[in-house]
Design a binder for this molecule. Structure first.
Ligand code: NAD
Length: 311
């Protein structure tokens, strides 16, 4: 059956990725409709009406969008985090929602090490820094991205620790990381790297009680979501602990108080990417977009639901 797949990306994919996505859909005899770099939600509301499926990135899919999507059967988030999709609303409409886990894990992991090295070498300011070898890194959440960071950490000769209540401790051990039984236990280590999804449970969960436990030179790395960290508490820690560092993929709305807190140590004690950049590589773009297209074809042609998300 001919299907129409809407590629709705407020932040467009690279052209090469779009070509590859279209190839997958064409091979299945599907039509791809593009809504790229759209400027207002109305554009999205107007475009969803005749689509059987939709590929999105960080685009917001809420009740209003779904109400206009009368033919829609499946929404796929090309990427890992899916806090932009109202899963309950999808369920209510009988629409399947999926993400493409793991496709951008290596891209994010390389960014984590990029930020760690820039910070450890004092943003290349001419002063002497330190090495990562023999340092300790603890992962909050041990899914695809955390494991990719762990693999690089092993190459750097670091020691890994992980807390993830959904993964058995012996499996974490098998992968070469030391299981940690509480969230607080993570904060005994110099580096703590966040890899949990944004949920009611994780929202603003990284607070001053936890951050205050970190040893000298304590460094929080956040490539998960900005909202997982308690913003006011982070600001306070940066102000009161001159040794503390925060390396974060995506800046808060008002960056100035944070910059003021670290003064000329911006780039060393504090790194904010300009926009969310973890998955912004040619490879991750291709991988996630093509995976999304394949998952849609698999869903319609073979009833595949492996990456379905639950409300
Ligand atoms: P994933 O689903 O593979 O891993 C998430 C892990 O978190 C799972 O192992 C899960 O068991 C664990 N988890 C869930 N709730 C938890 C909790 N309360 N405490 C401890 N562990 C918990 O996802 P991933 O691909 O590793 O991505 C992780 C997150 O990173 C995503 O949800 C997304 O928000 C973010 N991310 C950001 C970028 C970026 O561009 N910066 C790219 C990819 C992912």
């Amino acid at each position: 059956k001919a299907r129409t797949v809407l590629l709705a990306t407020e932040k467009a994919f690279a052209a090469a990725a779009v070509t590859k996505i279209e190839e997958v859909l064409k091979a299945a005899n599907y039509t791809m409709k593009k809504l790229e770099n759209y400027k207002s939600k109305d554009d999205l509301l107007a475009a969803v009406g005749d689509a059987d499926a939709m590929i999105i990135r960080s685009d917001i899919v809420d009740q209003a969008v779904l109400d206009k999507a009368s033919k829609m059967k499946i929404v796929v988030r090309a990427g890992a985090g899916y806090d932009n999709i109202d899963l309950k609303a999808c369920e209510g409409k009988g629409i399947t929602a999926m993400n493409t886990p793991g496709q951008n894990a290596n891209a994010v992991a390389e960014l984590v090490f990029g930020m760690m090295i820039v910070s450890a070498r004092n943003n290349f300011d001419g002063t002497s820094g330190f090495e990562l070898v023999n340092r300790e890194i603890a992962f909050y959440g041990f899914g695809a991205v955390a494991r990719a960071v762990h693999k690089l950490a092993q190459g750097f000769g670091m020691k890994s620790f992980a807390y993830d209540p959904y993964i058995p401790a012996d499996k974490i051990k098998e992968m070469g990381a030391e299981p940690v039984s509480t969230v607080a236990g993570l904060f005994e280590h110099q580096y703590v790297s966040l890899h949990v999804p944004l949920t009611d449970e994780t929202k603003a969960s990284i607070n001053k009680d936890l951050l205050g436990k970190m040893p000298k030179g304590g460094t929080l790395i956040n490539t998960a979501r900005l909202e997982v960290v308690h913003e006011a508490d982070m600001l306070e820690i940066l102000k009161t602990r001159p040794d503390f560092c925060y390396l974060c993929d995506v800046a808060p709305k008002d960056i100035e108080p944070f910059k003021a807190a670290v003064g000329d140590k911006y780039g060393k004690r504090l790194i904010f990417t300009k926009k969310k950049m973890g998955a912004q590589t040619a490879e991750a773009n291709d991988n996630a977009g093509v995976a999304a297209a394949n998952q849609i074809v698999g869903f319609f042609e073979k009833g595949e639901t492996r990456f379905s998300l639950k409300a």
